[in-house]
Design a protein around this ligand. Structure first.
Ligand code: UD1
Ligand code: CA
Length: 450
């Protein structure tokens, strides 16, 4: 295989987003749009990935450096069109002999197969490959003009198109690939003599054809190349992502009772025979093992749920929650940075933060792990088979021994020995007849008008 490099165009201003955040850092499926393009480039085997950004885009530049390292962006200043954007990377790609693919930073849903198909077209001898799609409403997209033999002849922008060309429904996604050297050689011939006064990348096709080079279009679905320019389109892209992910999970053996009400992120991992009830949200970093049940209205992020466990309804698993096999986390229970052992139960109304709960332990309703003193966080350990009575506050750092009992309503500030009973609350006293005396006295006061 030839070496591959990717150029991700992201120097547009994204003004229609009306946002302080650079457009390509807005998220789809819990991941920045730019990171989707970077991931796609990596999956396609691109060793070098360069992002084209505008001047002054400090936040974007910092993000690119974080994700791809130093020297991973070039600045296009001022932005004078898509062809000009690619030219901005010419120095950075000096000496690169392989194939180059141009992607956009605002087009997050392109499947890996579409890009592989484009590279395969190059391997079969095409000099340039363009990813196209049949548009329901071609509107402002560039049109792909093919000859009878399926060769791409040129790309015409909507503003320059004749009525016949405007009637073409095969449109340009913007993704283009070819030999890097060849693309830069062709780019040197591109002018800005057009309706927008820009250097169009799309002009490479007709220039290549004039030189006798061959160009081919590869087709994908319109929703695969949905570009995001506004928050409305961002929500549309999100909807496409969610629908595809739900379908893929169902095909892989996950039951979704009401798929349209369950939300996933790019990295959600769910094994076979997991049942997910309606209205569940998965944030980033969740893995659910086979046979677990996630009941309605639960929210999970950064959590692992082991086989056969049951979560919810109305449970919240936060980062670092690890729920053991057959364990049970019930309604209004919040778990953060806590491992819950096999078969352990916290069925109602609890906060379990920065702890470890042994196998078979039972955490009563209203239990709070008091993990934070306003400055630092401390750990609560509950041993295997321990029983924590309802409405107990375990003030960390503290440890409850294996098999111990904690009496309901306790405030536990000291470690409890294995198999002991700890009670930390005021002792109950009883005053016989007190209530009757009280009522008699008060009634007398009221009647005498005092
Ligand atoms: C471009 C294509 C059009 C295609 C459409 C698909 C050209 C001339 N036209 O049109 O055929 O159907 O995309 O969405 O290529 N960018 C830069 N620097 C620039 C200009 C653009 O980095 O100077 C980036 C933008 O951030 C964006 C991408 O390139 O990510 C596309 O730019 P945009 O202006 O949206 O192109 P279109 O006019 O939509
Ligand atoms: Ca666009």
């Amino acid at each position: 295989m030839k070496d591959r490099a990717a150029l991700i165009l992201a120097a547009g201003q994204g003004t229609r987003m009306k946002s302080q955040l650079p457009k390509v850092l807005h998220k789809v499926g819990g991941r920045a749009m730019l990171d989707w393009s970077i991931d796609l480039a990596r999956k396609a085997g691109c060793e070098r990935i360069i992002t084209v950004v505008s001047a002054g885009s400090d936040r974007l530049q910092a993000h690119v450096t974080d994700v791809l390292g130093e020297d991973a962006f070039v600045i296009q200043d001022p932005p004078l069109g898509t062809g000009h954007a690619v030219m901005a990377a010419e120095d950075a790609l000096q000496g690169f002999e392989g194939d180059l693919i141009v992607l956009y930073g605002d087009c997050p849903l392109i499947p890996e197969e579409a890009v592989s198909a484009l590279f395969e077209e190059l391997d079969r001898g095409a000099d340039l490959g363009v990813l196209g799609f049949e548009a329901a409403d071609p509107g402002a997209y560039g049109r792909l003009v093919e000859d009878g033999a399926g060769n791409l002849q040129r790309i015409v922008e909507a503003k320059e198109a004749s009525p016949e060309e405007l009637a073409i429904t095969l449109c340009n996604s913007g993704v283009m690939a070819g030999s890097s050297k060849k693309m830069f050689a062709l780019l040197s011939k591109v002018t800005n003599d057009n309706a927008k006064g820009e250097y169009y990348l799309t002009d490479l096709v007709s220039i290549a054809r004039d030189e006798g080079s061959s160009c081919r279009a590869v087709r994908c679905d319109e929703e695969d190349v949905l570009g995001v320019n506004s928050r409305v389109e961002l929500a549309e892209a999100e909807a496409v992502f969610q629908r595809k992910r739900r379908q893929a999970l169902m095909h892989s053996g996950v039951t979704l009772i009401a798929p349209e009400t369950v939300f996933f992120t790019f990295d959600t991992e769910i094994e076979e025979d997991v049942l997910i009830e309606p209205n569940v949200v998965f944030g980033p970093g969740v893995k659910v093992h086979s046979g677990a049940t996630i009941r309605a209205f639960s929210h999970l992020e950064g959590a692992v749920v082991h086989s056969g466990a049951e979560i919810g309804p109305y449970a919240r698993l936060r980062p670092g929650a690890e729920i053991g096999e057959q364990a049970r986390i019930g309604n209004f229970v919040e778990v953060k940075n806590t491992a819950v052992g096999q078969g352990a139960k916290a069925n109602h109304l609890a906060y379990l933060g920065d702890g470890a709960i042994g196998a078979g332990a039972n955490i009563g309703a209203g239990t709070i792990f008091c993990n934070y003193d306003g400055f630092l966080k401390y750990k609560t350990v509950v041993g295997a088979n321990a029983f924590v009575g309802s409405n107990s506050a375990l003030v960390a750092p503290v440890s409850i021994g294996e098999g111990a009992y904690v009496g309901s309503g306790s405030v536990i500030t000291q470690d409890v020995s294995p198999d002991a009973l700890a009670i930390g609350r005021g002792r109950q006293t009883e005053k016989a007849g007190w209530a009757d005396d009280f009522r008699t006295k008060k009634q007398a006061e009221k009647s005498s008008g005092k």
